[in-house]
Design a protein around this ligand. Structure first.
Ligand code: BES
Ligand code: MN
Ligand code: ZN
Length: 492
């Protein structure tokens, strides 16, 4: 869908639908005579008061628009960027439902946010809302309808700024949708080698460097975690490193867990909901999305994306509980559970990242069921050795509404993963499972490197208690893409 800014008097806009946001208790003099009287009528009827989530579709006589879609925004002073996203998503879904080719909207949330922020959010959410994963459905794929054009109505002096904000909103949404596509893909169509191909295509197109190690190179480099976890599968592992060099700074490194399917291995998972473990590649998917967006936004930043990719299956050649595995930095771990495979591949990836002289390292991983128990589906777990980095992520989480909540990493937790036969063991038992997983990872990060671990097990796809949002269809969310981009864009 093409999104563009347009300068026109609202009543003169020729469109299939014109959307108008209305605040509760808004002074109706802000509208023209027609809208003023229509909204007053609706208020008197009690049908539409401008409260959040209220909508009303009216058919105007003296507007060139065929329909007017009124959306309640709640109280002006309480408006959040998230309300702009929610409203924009709703407008897009309405246009799709009514099969409208062209729809338009006045700027949602004027006066509260900068025009740039409002329009960026409108473009972003419109694209996110219209995402669908239907390649594998005969009828839906054939009959899919998407609006062709969305126009945001602005004043003449705002046109350039608006178009710039739209461009950036599109880039961020498309990167999120790419991450959703990869995470939603059925595991047989997205093994590690396919993930590497996608990363390569993006790097070639966007002028980034890429290094892909296959099984042989992974073995030679001594990445014992990747070797061990992938041993049970016919699909070979890949170690993918994407680099965007938009500045001479030390690199910010983003690491994403990509287990293209996690059966648990020999410590096999119960079969109920096991199909959801195709989403265990969501961290890696988001890293690919982030790198795509950074290169298209041409940010002045040096960013490296690292994706350790494996499939975790049980077989005669699979790694086993009791095995002792040596990682890239030569530390060893006793395997208690082959289902704690995420930390095994992240151990190699994080210790490799530390050799690249990083400014900071952030990892994204669907790492533990325990994190879902701790925080539910409304926030990702954040564990960090650095308050500044943690605060940046917290603030970006609040702005993007990809919220994160910090858990502690005190020395007590490290006791739980001590082993009698190796440096550490890969499971600390049930208590504090999200934190002991992070304690394991900390063994592979240098003390003086700022590091943050994001456990996205509860947020990477829509689950039982996930709050429904207009711009978030069922399935993979692309979590982390908007969060990390916000952090990099606002890094000062
Ligand atoms: N990918 C899973 C974590 C997961 C589980 C994410 C459910 C989302 C929903 C991870 O590899 C795993 O299996 N973790 C184990 C760790 C345990 C064996 C120490 C877990 O959480 O049970
Ligand atoms: Mn697992
Ligand atoms: Zn896993």
């Amino acid at each position: 869908m093409l999104i563009k800014a347009k300068v026109v008097e609202p009543w003169q806009e020729e469109t299939d639908m014109l959307a108008v946001g209305v605040f509760e208790e808004q002074n109706l003099d802000e509208f023209d005579d027609f809208l003023k009287s229509k909204i007053r009528d609706l208020k008197e009827l009690g049908d539409f008061k401008g409260r959040k989530k209220e909508v009303s579709l009216i058919y105007p006589s003296n507007y060139k628009a065929k329909r007017i879609f009124l959306l309640g925004l709640g109280k002006r002073e309480e408006l959040e960027l998230e309300d702009i996203r929610e409203a924009s998503g709703k407008i897009a879904l309405k246009a799709r439902e009514l099969k409208l080719k062209v729809y338009s909207s006045l700027v949602i949330g004027r006066a509260k946010f900068s025009l740039e922020e409002s329009i960026f959010s409108m473009a972003e959410a419109s694209n996110l809302a219209l995402y669908s994963f239907n390649q594998y459905k005969k009828k839906e794929k054939e009959e899919e309808f998407k609006p062709e054009e969305f126009r945001i109505i602005v004043k003449a002096e705002e046109l350039d700024l608006a178009n710039e904000a739209i461009k950036r909103g599109n880039i961020v949404a498309e990167a999120t949708n790419l991450a959703r596509d990869i995470a939603n893909a059925p595991p047989h169509d997205m093994p590690p080698r396919r993930l590497a191909e996608i990363a390569k295509e993006i790097c070639e197109k966007n002028n980034m460097n890429i290094t892909i190690w296959d099984k042989k190179q992974i073995l030679e480099k001594g990445m014992g975690g990747l070797v061990a976890v992938s041993k049970g599968s016919e699909e070979e592992p890949r170690f993918i490193v994407m680099e965007y060099k938009g500045s001479e700074d030390k690199p910010l490194i983003i690491v994403g867990k990509a287990v293209t399917f996690d059966s648990g291995g020999i410590s096999i998972k119960p079969s109920e909901k096991m199909e959801e473990m195709k989403y265990d590649k969501a961290g890696g998917a988001s890293v690919i999305g982030i790198m795509k967006a950074i290169s298209e936004l041409k940010l002045k930043a040096h960013v490296i994306g690292i994706i350790p990719a494996v499939e975790n299956l049980p077989s005669g050649s699979a790694y086993k509980p009791g095995d002792i595995i040596t990682f890239y930095n030569r530390k060893s771990s006793e395997v208690i559970s082959t289902d704690a495979e995420g930390r095994m591949i992240l151990a190699d990836a994080l210790s490799y990242a530390c050799t690249l002289n990083p400014k900071a390292i952030i990892d994204l991983a669907t790492l533990t069921g325990a994190c879902v128990i701790a925080l539910g589906n409304h926030a990702s777990g954040l564990i960090s050795n650095n308050d500044d980095l943690a605060n940046r992520l917290y603030n970006s989480g609040m702005r993007s509404c990809e919220k994160v909540w910090r858990l502690p990493l005190w020395s007590e937790y490290f006791e739980q993963i001590k082993s009698d036969v190796a440096d550490i063991k890969n499971s600390g038992g049930k208590g504090g499972g999200a934190i002991t997983a992070a304690a394991f990872l900390k063994h592979f990060v240098d003390d003086n490197t700022p590091w943050a671990h994001l456990d996205i097990a509860g947020t990477a796809w829509t689950q039982e208690n996930t709050i429904s949002k207009s711009y978030q269809p069922k399935g993979a969310t692309g979590i982390g893409v908007r969060l990390i981009l916000d952090m990099i864009i606002n890094w000062k």
